[in-house]
Design a protein around this ligand. Structure first.
Ligand code: ATP
Length: 235
């Protein structure tokens, strides 16, 4: 099974200073899959993404990406290996225009999308090219944030709550975008609280609780088991 995984996370532990928050995370992501990490606030989902990306440096266990061990590598080397992280706060430069934000990311690997290719995926951004980051709606900011990481050439995307705070119609647009990216061969790990959205885009789901993966749910099971999910997520 490990041979078919693009990303294999095994017994991943992570700390903020002395505070031990990941207690042995295990999950796999196969090439071209969209997989979600579901769970309550504080369960450790964001920290898991940071630990994979090397932003959380105090971590142990194993994270194998295309067969290569990432634990011990700095974030820059992990980015060069082809993984990109889109944080919940989106990280776009508010004093720069949309165009400038799009031109900023370095191409880390071959195959990074061109400016025009990104605008093809996010046509809304084309009308906003000269707008400052601060003038964008939440949905436009999220599209810009995803567009920027597509420029780098990464094919494996870690997205932290892309739908947070967005209106339902924008959430649907983001969902359509993620399906497009999947069709184009990207692999995506998505942290989500909105399980309706998760069910609409993902192939499989992992439930995170207190720094551990406590369950794996197929998309069909998710649809048929909303009560179980309500219990997990405490909604
Ligand atoms: P959320 O949706 O609230 O981000 P999450 O599942 O992503 O939830 P994490 O943000 O990974 O949860 O948080 C896991 C635990 O680590 C929580 O107990 C949280 O309080 C703690 N934590 C998160 N960030 C820090 C930090 N910078 N320093 C210390 N503790 C932190």
């Amino acid at each position: 099974e490990a041979g078919t995984a693009e990303l294999a996370v095994r017994d991943l532990h992570g700390w903020y200073d002395e505070s031990h928050v990941l207690h042995g995370i295990n999950f796999d992501v196969r090439p071209g899959e969209v997989v979600t990490l579901l769970g309550r606030n504080g369960a450790g989902k964001t920290t898991t993404l940071k630990a994979i990306m090397g932003i959380l440096s105090k971590r142990t266990g194993s994270v194998r990406f295309m067969g290569r061990e990432l634990i011990g590598l700095p974030a820059r080397a992990i980015a060069r290996a082809g993984i990109a992280f889109c944080p919940e706060e989106r990280g776009i430069f508010s004093s720069l225009s949309v165009e400038e934000n799009l031109m900023l990311p370095p191409t880390i690997r071959d195959g990074g999308l061109s400016r025009d290719d990104v605008l093809g995926i996010f046509p809304n951004l084309r009308e906003r090219l000269q707008s400052q980051g601060t003038k964008l709606s939440g949905g436009e900011q999220q599209m810009l944030a995803i567009g920027r990481i597509l420029r780098t050439g990464a094919k494996f995307l870690l997205l932290d709550e892309p739908t947070e705070g967005l209106a339902p119609v924008i959430v649907q647009q983001i969902g359509a975008t993620l399906r497009t990216l999947k069709q184009r061969g990207f692999t995506i790990v998505l942290v989500e609280q909105n399980f309706h959205f998760a069910a609409s885009v993902a192939d499989r789901h992992y439930v995170v609780e207190q720094g551990r993966v406590i369950d794996e749910i197929s998309d069909a099971e998710l649809a048929a088991n909303t009560e179980k999910l309500h219990a997990y997520l405490g909604v």
